[in-house]
Ligand binder design. Sequence first.
Ligand code: SF4
Length: 523
Amino acid sequence: KKVKVCMGTGCMGGGAEEIFRAFQEEVERQGLEAKVVPVGCQGFCQGGPIVSVEPYQFFLNKVSVFDVPKIVDIALRRGGELPQHFYRDPETGMVCRRKKDMPFYRYQTRIAMKDLGEINPMDIEDYIAVGGYLALAKALTEMHPEEVIEEVKKSGLRGRGGAGFPTGRKWEGARRAPGEKKYVICNGDEGDPGAFMDRSIMEGNPHSVLEGMLICAYAIGSDEGYIYVRAEYPLAVKRLELAIEQAKERGLLGERILGTNFNFDLHVKKGAGAFICGESTTLMISIEGKRPAPRVTPPRSVEQGLWGMPTCLNNVETFANIPAIILNGGDWYAQYGTEGSKGTKAFCITGKTRNTGLIEVPMGMTLKEVVFKVGGGVMGEGKFKAVQTGGPSGGCIPDAYIDASVDFESLTRLGSMMGSGGMVVVDDRTCMVDFARFFLSFTQRESCGKCPPCRIGTYEMLQILDRIVAGKGEEGDIERLEAIGRMVKKTSLCGLGQSAPNPVLSTIKYFRAEYEAHIRQKH
Ligand code: SF4
């Protein structure tokens, strides 16, 4: 029997550490043979603190320390007499149900997050027990580096950090690039407001990221790597450092890994929390200890990246997909998703949906399925109005396109993007001008200021939006926003500027009447 207590940042904020200790004490007090295990994020974050009890499949939400004696007594001592479908404790408000009955989980397909919420992220043995590091062993002992790259190419995996570049092709480029030394970097900088996919993976299954990086290093011929994590993710940093230590002790990092000639060393580098440091060239400059700002490409990072050496950079979710691809094969992974966007994608669904949290769904699922089946539809009395995908520089997709498929191509066609996986649902009580202004104010503040189109253009756009929202909009303001937005997108140096106008341009495209109404109501 096992009690799994979610120890992700969200649940810990709700008192999970106290709950964990209370379970340990109560199990001991009642003299029961049950293990109390800390696990990573279970995804259903609105239900936190979350506890699950095995083998009874009890999924308990809103647990408090006051619930602990009762849960131990009913679920562990008496052998699982908790209600069948749904039960809300009248005294504490705790909710009990079974995961398999919840649409939130039923429509998900988990690959990168398969073991998240199931294993103890602070114990390498737990990861090994579910097949962890088998993919590394397979790569090192049965596959030539070129075969590893071929398998990743076959899978169709595209970078999950935003740009969606084919991962296998990137690895191939890094392998072919001449250089005495090569680096592997994992981008764990995740700066989008409301997005916590990468943080949850780093906190909940850090070894999957390490294993993905090790396989990449073997494939491209690298012996050193960095995981770049923002310092605002202290729990992720702590668990990554512990994972590195344990992997070293187990002979999975360092020299002669698994008795082969392959060597790889790994460091955690903490970032100071600037959004721009999530941009790949900037991230590398930051690791080098210089003032971070994007640089012009080419040369591409796979040719001249960190300290001028060939460097392969992928994000956390991308690396977390690699072990499953190597173990099961590229064709297996490619069976999920669409023609151009294979596999699954992790999202953080937030905003006005009934269910909010962390999800992983197959590419090609429609927005409607994600919002209404997994997300449970719009909460309260409101009606669905739009969904913003792709983080602060994503676009808003209105109700008319709710049947659109969630994949790289479809979202881009609609004026939005996949981004790293933020998904904010908006109901009919939300002013879209205000909504767009909020996101632009974020990107404008985070602009590094290196190139004038982004530095001045986003500022000008924000000034116009401010006056529209304040009821001081002028004739021609909408057209001015469109013209500046197009110019900023076309002429900015990096992805931040190239995508910052998206929330404004897409809301003008789909909700122009709201802008006009603000201007008409001038006072
Ligand atoms: Fe900096 Fe913006 Fe230019 Fe990027 S686009 S380099 S963030 S000023």
